[in-house]
Design a protein around this ligand. Structure first.
Ligand code: AMP
Length: 216
């Protein structure tokens, strides 16, 4: 995949490094050449020096042919404007803007620019580490408003039907692994000791899920 990244700060440099390590064609833009020192000497992508508001610089980075564009400078407005431009003017299929301010992230998302709010995501994760030691997250959806967690069925829960765990809009058992085989359970499936449950849960319903699973 071809990826253009703007901002070679801590996030941008790491993102570029990870994608390049995975074999993707990465170009990273920064107006400050010193920022490229954050890239490892083994970095296989391209570093493009210049201001990303300069269309010529974006073209040099390959924005006209790229599959994805991520903008991760520290400026929320900068990231929004660049992402909107990548999407509308250059029709880049995959665009992501990192936005610190959760309120703006929501507004920008509604305006059609996919955003990741590192503030919301980080706060949700820290809250989880403090409060939800019993649930292991296997998938975080968007800014962690919804997560899929893995949990092993212990004795008190065995014998109950899946429907007792499902709560509309809050909790949904999406899969069970039993004796090494995964299946999507019907609401009437009976839980067995040792089952591994994969449960989609809304962030606000995690404590409720923990009580239902008798982890608290
Ligand atoms: P900041 O902390 O906002 O300066 O952003 C983190 C990185 O993004 C820094 O290395 C900046 O030099 C870079 N950066 C910020 N704005 C732009 C821009 N318009 N074009 C290119 N790089 C930028």
């Amino acid at each position: 995949m071809r990826v253009v990244i703007v901002g070679c700060g801590r996030v941008g440099a790491l993102l570029a490094t990870l994608l390049a390590q995975d074999g993707h064609q990465v170009a990273i833009v920064d107006r400050n050449p010193a920022a490229f020192r954050r890239l490892p000497p083994t970095f296989a992508g391209r570093a493009v020096e210049g201001d990303a508001f300069d269309l010529e610089i974006l073209r040099q980075a390959g924005i006209e042919r790229t599959d994805a564009f991520a903008t991760v400078t520290a400026g929320d407005n900068t990231n929004y404007v660049l992402a909107a431009m990548a999407r509308r003017r250059f029709r880049v299929p995959q665009v992501v803007a990192r936005i610190y301010d959760p309120v703006r992230a929501d507004i920008y998302r509604r305006l059609g620019v996919p955003t990741i709010s590192s503030t919301t995501w980080g706060a949700n994760k820290i809250r989880d580490l403090i409060l939800h030691l019993g649930l292991t997250s296997v998938l975080t959806v968007a800014n962690a408003e919804v997560e899929v967690v893995e949990v092993e069925v212990s004795a008190p829960l065995a014998g109950h039907e899946v429907l007792h765990l499902n709560v509309p809009e809050e909790v949904q058992v999406v899969a069970i692994v039993r004796a090494g085989r995964a299946f999507i359970p019907s609401p009437l499936a009976t839980l067995e000791t040792g089952d591994l449950l994969y449960v989609a849960v809304a962030a606000a319903a995690k404590e409720r899920l923990e009580s239902m699973l008798m982890l608290r």
